[in-house]
Write a protein that binds this ligand. Structure first.
Ligand SMILES: Cc1cc2nc3c(=O)[nH]c(=O)nc-3n(C[C@H](O)[C@H](O)[C@H](O)COP(=O)(O)OP(=O)(O)OC[C@H]3O[C@@H](n4cnc5c(N)ncnc54)[C@H](O)[C@@H]3O)c2cc1C
Length: 453
């Protein structure tokens, strides 16, 4: 009999696990209470990047005077932006459903919960319950924005990221709380749209914990756009008085605007999942997993944001793939474990920031000998042609062997370009492999070869 694999949650983790397992011969049931594609498609990656694409087109046009354009003014139609986002999401959703169904995955529209070690109950919208028996279960229910007890989002003036695609009106002055990846992407988005933006930064640098050179380039761009950076301040309360919001900080400073956006992390969707009856342990709602993504109950797996690992759609999908292979017994063949340290990450600001592998600071912290080479895009022909010479390429390698350990790129298309370094890190390539690749001229990628030199 085929392996019965039940998946709760149809985001990148759940859908990737479903298609991979179905291809390998499992009998797969996927339970999703909302939209196939998950929060990634509906609330997070897709709408945010679609809005950033519009903002990017606007700011690029405004900066294009030097390219021979004699009219660089642009206007924004928020309703058209909304229609575009819905169209992209609808297209992706349809394609995903087609793919799942073509592979024989059974999709149940409803809420799933464990009722025992091998049983899952799916409750449909009309209250109908169905009990499913499973040889293996994947919990992939994702996460949602964290709302602190001092803020009450109303979807109008006080927003979470989920209220912002786009918000009912373009904020005249947006106060963004949180300067991590999500916060800075929203600063970029709304300042490109023309909103005045204040960013509350709890430390002395945006993007805490990230490459300080990259953060410095981003801060420079924010300041050039007129973004106000309130550094070393933590928000403690928000007052909303008609058309004004006031965000109070722990050091007494107050940031006033017309709207406030909370970008202070996420919490896992694990309530009502039936962890207890199945004996699955959690840690603050996250499910601790081993390197095969198994929970303490070995045939119950967890992936994606719920697993508390790197909260990225790409990581969730890769976990889903590895889990499906493990469920189908493929781990006994040559099977590489997922190495979270080798996940490429990007921040879709202007310039974009992308990183992979060992950061320079970490290497110094652990006393590892490294070679760091850095080339600015101002030396790149293509960057000058693009009218955007901001940023740099940095490659970290082992001085003894030349093996590429990591790197960071700040600049246009950094999120695409980092793939070259990601491949080098995953495949254990040497800097000489990059140097000797015959690249297209003129391209931004040439700066990678130069940095590898
Ligand atoms: C603003 C923002 C932008 C982001 N941009 C990026 C990006 O550009 N690139 C990137 O890699 N990552 C990005 N991320 C992170 C990414 O969205 C998440 O890491 C990813 O969505 C996690 O995938 P997942 O499969 O764990 O869960 P999700 O995508 O959250 O999907 C989980 C699904 O489970 C369903 N569900 C929950 N409980 C139940 C239940 N009991 N029964 C049935 N269904 C259930 C939910 O409805 C949901 O559809 C972003 C995050 C945010 C907040």
């Amino acid at each position: 009999m085929a392996v019965r694999f039940v998946i709760i949650g149809g985001g990148p983790a759940g859908t990737q696990a479903a298609t991979t397992a179905a291809r390998l011969g499992a009998n797969v049931t996927l339970i999703e209470r909302d939209v196939i594609g998950g929060a990634a498609n509906l609330w997070d990656c897709i709408p945010s990047k679609a809005m950033i694409a519009t903002g990017g087109a606007m700011s690029f046009t405004r900066r294009s005077e030097g390219m021979g354009l004699n009219d660089t003014t642009v206007g924004l139609d928020l309703d058209a932006v909304k229609v575009r986002i819905n169209a992209i999401e609808g297209h992706l959703n349809e394609r995903l459903i087609e793919l799942l169904e073509s592979q024989g995955v059974r999709i149940i529209r409803g809420t799933g919960r464990l009722t025992g070690e091998h049983t899952v109950v799916a409750t449909s919208g009309d209250g109908t319950e169905e009990e499913l028996h499973a040889d293996a279960v994947l919990l992939a229910t994702g996460s949602r924005p964290r709302v602190p007890d001092w803020a009450e989002p109303d979807g109008h003036r006080i927003l979470t990221t989920r209220d912002a695609y786009p918000p009912p009106e373009l904020p005249e002055h947006l106060v963004v709380i949180g300067s991590g990846v999500t916060g800075v992407e929203f600063v970029h988005m709304f300042s490109s749209f023309g909103s005045k933006v204040t960013l509350i930064v709890s430390r002395q640098q945006v993007l805490p914990g990230r490459d300080t050179d990259a953060a410095a380039v981003l801060e420079e761009d924010f300041l050039a756009r007129g973004v106000v950076l309130l550094k070393g301040a933590r928000a403690t309360s928000i007052d909303c008085d008609g058309a004004t919001v006031a965000v109070h900080c722990d050091d007494g400073r107050v940031a006033k605007g017309t709207h406030a956006l909370l970008a202070i992390g996420a919490i896992p969707n694990s309530e009502g999942l039936g962890l207890e009856p199945a004996g699955v342990q959690d840690d603050g709602g996250y499910i601790p997993i081993n390197h095969h993504c198994q929970s303490n109950v070995r045939h119950i797996y967890a992936a994606g944001d719920l697993s508390g690992k790197l909260p990225l759609a790409s990581v969730a999908a890769m976990q889903g793939r590895k889990i499906a292979e493990h469920v189908m017994g493929l781990h006994t063949r040559e099977h590489r474990h997922l190495d979270y340290d080798k996940a490429a990450q990007a921040i879709f600001t202007e310039p974009e920031i992308a990183e992979v592998g060992m950061p320079e600071a970490e290497a110094f912290a652990v006393g590892r000998k490294i070679r760091v080479t850095k080339v600015p895009f101002s030396a790149s022909a293509k960057a000058l042609i693009n009218n955007d010479p901001r940023g740099f390429v940095k490659i970290v390698s082992d001085p003894a062997t030349g093996v590429v350990l990591g790197g960071s790129i700040v600049g246009r298309h950094a999120a695409e370009l980092i793939s070259v370094i990601a491949l080098a890190v995953t495949a254990g390539l040497r800097v000489s492999d990059i140097v000797e690749s015959l690249l297209v001229h003129p391209t931004l990628a040439e700066a990678l070869a130069e940095a590898a030199e």
